[in-house]
Structures are given as structure tokens and as C-alpha cells.
Design a protein around this ligand. Structure first.
Ligand SMILES: O=C(O)CCC(=O)C(=O)O
Length: 302
């Protein structure tokens, strides 16, 4: 029987989480990166509660190119990250990683760099969120709702095969990307590993957005008693893919703390650990699980 030891998460302290519902993404990647950089600088200098500065800034899914599987191979970048090896983001072959890394240093803020199409060492293309930690979207968005929404990411993308979190000086943050939210195990595994906040760059659409965007975030927040947030691109009705927008942060009781509309905007949200502690103390499911009856999926090692 293997033993499972997770490192101890950092103490959970209050912080300001900032989401950038990025708009203006077109075919010119350099212009997209410049705009993302400008918006990060703008977000960094506008305070959250008590006019404090954001501690984490989040970008949406596929922030550096138009969204669509035809674009992924054209815009894919090599990141140069190899698991468990020291990784120098300053010297990454990826323009997007270098931009994110330099602006993060400039403003002294953690950045969840949305996601980009990534060309892996194996030549396959992944939908990848990374900077200090790397998460390759595990579940590819292949759906077909006749007459409404058909999308097949697996035409050009490959699903990742691991689940990532990273530690900051104020919280443990778990990652997922968009469709991963429909698979409760991804959130559950990160929550069991001690994440306080789960952040998913995402880009729902005008069919499944109104149906499930909020519901899924509330579900993942409540069943894991964590803060949960998805950050969307702004809606561009001239683009081939119409994103739902409505970037959101939900607390561990399922209360929506903040929600954007569909245009470009910045959301500043105060994350209060007391809500997390009170939710877990009042409804103590985290200590009532019956792993003698069902398996703890976070303990899968292979
Ligand atoms: O799950 C959904 O409804 C949308 C998912 C999606 O847009 C994505 O994974 O990119």
C-alpha cells in the first residue's frame, strides 16, 4: 500500500484576486500580447478592498490568439517547461511566457497566465496554463448540441495528464481549464491536496454559458468548500467564437462574490479566509468523508 503525503499548504491569508476579462483579441499576436500587458498593468494599479493591490491577476483561456481549433496550430508556442526541472521563464522560447514573466516581476504580482496553445516536446499541441506551475487542459472540449454548439478541440489538441497547483505566500492555488470544471475530480483532487482557491481560465459559449457557467462554479465551490473562479475572454460578436464572458468568483458557501458582464472589464475581489474556515466549521464535510465506503480519488498515484 503506498503512502500519500501532500506538502503542507501555506497559511491562508486574506488577499485580492483580480480577473481580467480580456477583449480586443485579434489575429496579430504581438498586438494581443501588448494589450494583455497593458491590461495587467492597469489591473495592478487599481486597488481591491481598502485600495490594496492585487496579489493574483488572472487572464482568460487562449488569451494570445483567436479561439478555435483552426487557430491552435498556427499560434502554438513552445514553452520549454520540463516537469521537475528548473525552469527559466525569462529565457522561455515562448513570447507569451516571457511577457507574463517580465510583467509579473515588474508589478510584483502572481499571474495565472490564462492559457495558450502550447506545442509540447512530443510535437502535440496542448491548451496550457502556466508560469510557476503548468496545467495542460485535461479534458478536451468536444461537444455537439445540434443546431446550437458543436466544438471539437481534439481535432487539434491533446489532453494533458496531470493536475497542478502552486503555493503562494498567502494560499495554495489549484488550476484547471474551462471544460475541466465539468469533471469534479479535477477540483476535488486539488482541494484534497490543500488548495484554498481554484482558478480556471475558461471560455464558455452562448449555449452552455447561460446553462451551466454559474452552476458549475457554485457546485465545485460548495462540494469542495473552496473559493472558485473562472476568467473568460470578453465577448466579441465579430469573432468566430462568441465567449460567454461573466467572469466570476464564488465563495466556499456558493455565494457569487463578483460577476462581470460580457464586455472587457477588470474584477477585483477580496478573498477572506474566514469564510472558508466558517464554511468548513459549520458544515464539516471535509472531516466526515467515508473513504471506507468510496475511494479518495486524490490518492491515485499513477
Ligand atoms: O463546458 C462547456 O460548456 C464549455 C467548455 C469550453 O468552452 C472549453 O473547454 O473551452
Amino acid at each position: 500500500m503506498s503512502s500519500f503525503t501532500y506538502t503542507t499548504p501555506p497559511p491562508f491569508k486574506p488577499f485580492d484576486l483580480t480577473l481580467i476579462q480580456l477583449g480586443g483579441v485579434g489575429s496579430d499576436k504581438a498586438a494581443n500580447l501588448q494589450h494583455a500587458r497593458d491590461m495587467i498593468l492597469k489591473a495592478a494599479h487599481k486597488g481591491g478592498q481598502d485600495d490594496s493591490r492585487p496579489k493574483i491577476i488572472v487572464l482568460p483561456e487562449i488569451f494570445n490568439s483567436p479561439y478555435g481549433h483552426a487557430y491552435f496550430p498556427i499560434y502554438a508556442e513552445t514553452i520549454g517547461y520540463i516537469a521537475d526541472k528548473p525552469y527559466d521563464t525569462n529565457n522561455s522560447p515562448s513570447d507569451s511566457v516571457r511577457m507574463l514573466s517580465s510583467v509579473a516581476k515588474e508589478i510584483g504580482t502572481w499571474i495565472v497566465g490564462g492559457s495558450i496553445a502550447e506545442r509540447g516536446d512530443d510535437g502535440k499541441i496542448y491548451n496550457t496554463c502556466e508560469l510557476v506551475a503548468m496545467h495542460r487542459k485535461v479534458h478536451l472540449f468536444d461537444i455537439d448540441i445540434p443546431g446550437k454548439m458543436t466544438f471539437k478541440e481534439s481535432e487539434t489538441l491533446t489532453g494533458g495528464s496531470s493536475i497542478a497547483f502552486f503555493d503562494t505566500e498567502f494560499a495554495r492555488i489549484g488550476l484547471g481549464i474551462c471544460y475541466d470544471v465539468r469533471f469534479p475530480e479535477v477540483a476535488m483532487i486539488n482541494a484534497r491536496k490543500g488548495c484554498h482557491v481554484l482558478i480556471y481560465p475558461a471560455a464558455f459559449n452562448l449555449t452552455t454559458g447561460p446553462l451551466h457557467w454559474k452552476l458549475l462554479q457554485q457546485a465545485r465551490a460548495v462540494d469542495n468548500q473552496v473559493f472558485f473562479s473562472m476568467c473568460s475572454p470578453a465577448r466579441d460578436t465579430t469573432a468566430s467564437y462568441h465567449a460567454w464572458g461573466h467572469s466570476m468568483v464564488v465563495d466556499p458557501l456558493g455565494t457569487v462574490l463578483a460577476e462581470a458582464e460580457h464586455e472587457e472589464s477588470i474584477l477585483h475581489v477580496y478573498i477572506n479566509p474566514k469564510v472558508f474556515d466558517d464554511a468548513r466549521a459549520g458544515i464539516p464535510v471535509t472531516t466526515q468523508r467515508r473513504f471506507d465506503v468510496y475511494l479518495d480519488v486524490s490518492k491515485k498515484t499513477s
